[in-house]
Ligand binder design. Structure first.
Ligand code: SF4
Ligand code: SF4
Length: 249
């Protein structure tokens, strides 16, 4: 679990003042030690499910919440800690910890939606604060959040950024990545590395083929897909298809 998404919410301090009259914050230990008992109108949950205790807590939160929104790559895709899902967790424990039997953990790190019904998932590592405010506004007024499902490429076009992949041959995950950051990396002539996770309809095969034509090996493509959103279904399936191929690189 990371605090980055909670900090995004704290970073909204000016904007939150404009809706302060409409909300009462009930349980947000990063901001206040005060805890109000449920039922809650809207619960924003970050972090993945990595321990048996997490499973109990998320079920309690779901029961106490009319609406549940997950925020960030950990909550929506399992986060960077989901890299364990591709390996043997017991082997890691024995290498990393002097007394591994003190560690109580699941063998996988999984998204919240794999355990309880979720009303909306807001992607990003960390999330975009304007998108978070839009989600809060939308649920306050009982409408669907206006969060675009298109790719980072569209954001590139909207801000007039020259495509680094076409112009410079720089590998970029923008075509398969969810919008939300405003295409920051290409604006600084860097390729996108997918921190907002998969867009709604990513063409994984096409991008993989293009990266291959740019000289990115199978192991290189696997490495760029297995980061913050490694366990998001399209990224996971594509990266695992490389591992299953006999003819590597
Ligand atoms: S730089 Fe990347 S995100 Fe931008 S248009 Fe090109 S491929 Fe898409
Ligand atoms: S890695 Fe991609 S999604 Fe993340 S900030 Fe950079 S351009 Fe945006």
């Amino acid at each position: 679990m990371s605090d980055g998404c909670q900090l995004s919410l704290l970073d909204c301090e000016d904007e939150l003042l404009t809706i302060a009259g409409e909300v009462e914050i009930a349980h947000f230990l990063e901001a206040s030690s005060m805890v109000v008992k449920g039922t809650y109108d809207l619960s924003l949950v970050e972090g993945s499910i990595t321990t048996p205790r997490d499973i109990e807590r998320i079920q309690q939160i779901r029961r106490a919440s009319k609406r549940l929104v997950t925020i960030g790559a950990c909550a929506t895709a399992g986060g960077i800690q989901a890299l364990r899902n591709f390996q043997d967790i017991d082997e890691y424990l024995s290498i990393v910890y002097a007394t591994p039997h003190y560690i109580s953990t699941l063998s996988t790190s999984t998204p919240i939606a794999q355990h309880v019904p979720v009303d909306f998932e807001l992607q990003g590592c960390p999330i975009n604060k304007q998108q978070l405010l839009e989600v809060i506004h939308a649920f306050l007024h009982q409408r669907k959040p206006d969060i675009p499902a298109y790719s980072v490429c569209v954001e590139c076009k909207l801000r007039g950024t020259v495509c680094v992949m076409v112009a410079h041959g720089t590998p970029c995950l923008g075509p398969i990545t969810h919008a939300g950051c405003g295409a920051i990396c290409p604006a600084y002539r860097r390729g996108c590395y997918g921190c907002f996770g998969p867009q709604e309809t990513p063409n994984m095969v096409s991008l993989s083929k293009h990266l291959s034509q740019l000289g990115v090996s199978q192991s290189g493509r696997r490495r760029v897909l297995q980061t913050f959103n490694a366990y998001a279904k399209p990224f996971r399936q594509e990266s695992m298809s490389y591992e299953n191929e006999n003819n590597q690189d």
